[in-house]
Design a protein around this ligand. Structure first.
Ligand SMILES: Nc1ncnc2c1ncn2[C@@H]1O[C@H](COP(=O)(O)OP(=O)(O)OP(=O)(O)O)[C@@H](O)[C@H]1O
Length: 587
């Protein structure tokens, strides 16, 4: 079935159920809508961007308490308290994000956990907030203006908000920013090298999900009519994560699925378990945990991807005709070297990986960097791409010193790279992966994407990406998941992604590894064509046939030092190179 048809049928069913079902079920549906709202934020944050948050319920609590205090203590209208709720939840997410995103790995998750716990105890211990009893008498939203009051209107409102947020998140994920968000999980280094400020982007999405949770908190307080700390504690945060993971942490609609299954199952278990076990207790939590483990054992990515197989979504063909995103960069002085390393040394503790290395790359040439394993090639590559800073020495690009200026700066200057270990978002299409390379050519942000104001820009970025996909010979794979392609083809995706940046200098780390003979020939031809187009290329490569027939000059490294440099013919006959590296291959 087509995606839109499925969506419209389910939405019609949902609103019909809200209109006609008995009050108890409408109430359950309202809860599912509220939980979906928080869980979908976690899908974006944890499932897609890979940032685990155990503090999401705390944002719900901040908004719920804010509106409770403003409407009960100060007698303000709930509509007036809404901006304050959003401001407070957004601001706290920003502060927490600014602190915790400097951390990495489990420290980040622990940071959000500490935040969730801290806020829970503050809510419970501050007398003005009603302690553990909470604040009663929170007014209902004045929805009776529309129709004689009924909980059904609340359920409609909650679902209208939830569906709007879900659609907004879907749009964001299909945009330039969305591609950058997806890249966060696969490799921050990769995202940075295409100009993405990963720190700021993580804060942006954390604030966005904090706002969404705040919206849920405001709706919750006025739906229930009172607030107390229990629904905003760490357990609730874990349950939201459960929902996102069970539904399918990378799937936006999975949040609804997860929220629905867990809410309904928990209610059913709370009714049934005391009868079966003959005693009451929190056994539903134990059973839910076991169910989650069993489901994830069978379907690691949650339930949504299993169901998605039955839903057909036809990818939109990118427009044709646009192949270049911006006028060609001003060409650097052709007489001066484009890239120059002078006396570069990089030490790792006591180990000198690169020692006093000097070489230059001329404009419009293909320069190969070769040497035995451990010679220091990758370290040199990382020094040029600013992944590493030199211990001493200088790296200059077009006369400008670039070492230590950060990976994003490299992208801005027109240097693009591929990776030794392919770094792609494997479950996204070839086209989407390549389009990440166009990140710096767009300007539109999260709000534009959510409101679909970015469509012109998007068409340009996707068309340019599609042109590069065709250029590297992957036109027939345009809409296939990048991870489903052979390694050689994945390397070509990386080349296309680098090309869409419109580079002046292309840095390729073992581009021929994993390619079959014919593919290597095609790649060599492509690189020669690029050279004709004025693109300079530095490549690290082990495949000597490939290198010798392609490059203009070679730099040979051994034990971190430059052993020799010159044209392929000279290098082939250089006795020290033959001894150290080429061996039989020179013959
Ligand atoms: N992050 C690091 N920490 C410590 N030592 C490192 C690090 N990166 C590289 N080295 C060491 O520096 C030396 C040069 O490694 P490098 O990866 O640059 O060599 P290479 O020529 O690229 O080798 P290969 O062809 O096997 O990729 C090696 O001895 C390696 O163990």
């Amino acid at each position: 079935m087509k995606r839109q048809t499925v969506f419209l049928c389910l939405a019609a069913l949902l609103f019909a159920a809200i209109a006609l079902a008995p009050g108890f079920y409408v109430n359950l549906l309202a809860y599912v809508g509220l939980y979906s709202l928080v869980a979908v934020g976690l899908v974006l944050l944890t499932g897609v961007a890979g940032v685990t948050s155990f503090g999401q319920a705390a944002f719900v609590g901040i908004a719920a308490y804010t509106t409770a205090v403003m409407t009960t203590t100060f007698g303000l209208s709930p509509w007036l308290s809404l901006p304050a709720c959003l401001a407070l939840s957004g601001l706290s997410a920003w502060i927490l994000g600014a602190i915790t995103f400097r951390l990495s790995g489990h420290y980040l998750a622990l940071g959000t956990m500490a935040w969730g716990l801290g806020l829970f105890y503050i809510m419970g211990d501050v007398a003005a907030l009603g302690g553990h009893t909470g604040i009663p008498g929170v007014p209902r939203l004045p929805l009776d203006l529309l129709y004689e009051y009924s909980g059904r209107w609340y359920a409609v409102l909650i679902w209208a908000v939830a569906i709007s947020v879900i659609i907004a998140i879907e749009r964001i994920l299909a945009s330039r920013k969305g591609r950058a968000i997806r890249a966060l999980k696969s490799g921050q280094q990769m995202a940075e090298s295409f100009g993405v400020n990963t720190y700021t982007l993580k804060i942006q999405i954390f604030v966005f999900t904090g706002l969404v949770a705040g919206l849920a908190g405001w709706l919750y307080a006025h739906y229930i009519g009172f607030v107390n700390p229990t629904p905003f504690g760490i357990y609730a945060s874990i349950e939201y994560l459960f929902m996102a993971v069970l539904g399918g942490a990378g799937y936006v609609w999975g949040a609804v699925l997860g929220a629905g299954i867990i809410t309904l199952l928990r209610h059913w278990l709370q009714d049934v378990l005391p009868l079966v076990l003959g005693r009451s207790g929190n056994f539903d939590i134990v059973v839910l945990g076991v169910i989650l483990m069993l489901v994830l054992h069978r379907a690691r990515n949650g339930i949504a991807p299993v169901l998605a197989r039955y839903v057909r979504s036809t990818p939109k063909e990118p427009p044709q005709g646009i192949t270049r995103l911006m006028p060609r960069r001003s060409q650097p002085d052709p007489a001066a070297p484009l890239l120059e390393l002078s006396g570069v040394t990089r030490k790792f503790g006591g180990l000198v990986a690169v020692n006093q290395l000097s070489f230059s790359l001329k404009n419009g040439e293909i320069l190969g960097l070769i040497g035995p394993n451990g010679a220091g090639k990758s370290t040199t590559f990382n020094l040029v791409t600013n992944v590493l800073a030199p211990t001493s020495g200088e790296v200059r690009y077009a006369g400008q010193r670039i070492d230590g200026t950060g990976m994003r700066n490299i992208a801005r200057l027109g240097i693009a790279r591929t990776f030794q270990h392919v770094q792609l978002v494997s479950d996204r299409s070839v086209l989407e992966n390549v389009a990440l390379g166009a990140y710096l050519h767009g300007k539109r942000g999260l709000t534009s994407a959510a409101l679909r104001l970015d469509q012109n820009e998007e068409a340009g970025l996707l068309a340019a990406a599609a042109a590069q996909v065709r250029r590297v010979g992957l036109a027939d794979k345009m809409h296939e998941a990048a991870g489903s392609l052979a390694l050689g083809q994945q390397r070509l995706i990386e080349v296309a992604r680098a090309l869409v940046t419109g580079p002046t200098l292309l840095l390729l780390d073992e581009p021929a590894a994993g390619l079959r003979h014919l593919e290597k020939q095609q790649l060599a031809q492509l690189l020669k064509d690029l050279r004709e187009d004025g693109v300079s290329i530095l490549l690290v490569e082990h495949d000597m046939d490939f290198v010798m027939n392609l490059v203009d000059r070679l730099v040979v490294m051994n034990f971190g030092e430059k052993l020799a440099s010159g044209e392929p013919r000279q290098i082939r006959n250089n006795p020290s190179v033959i001894e150290a590296y080429l061996g039989g291959e020179a013959a």
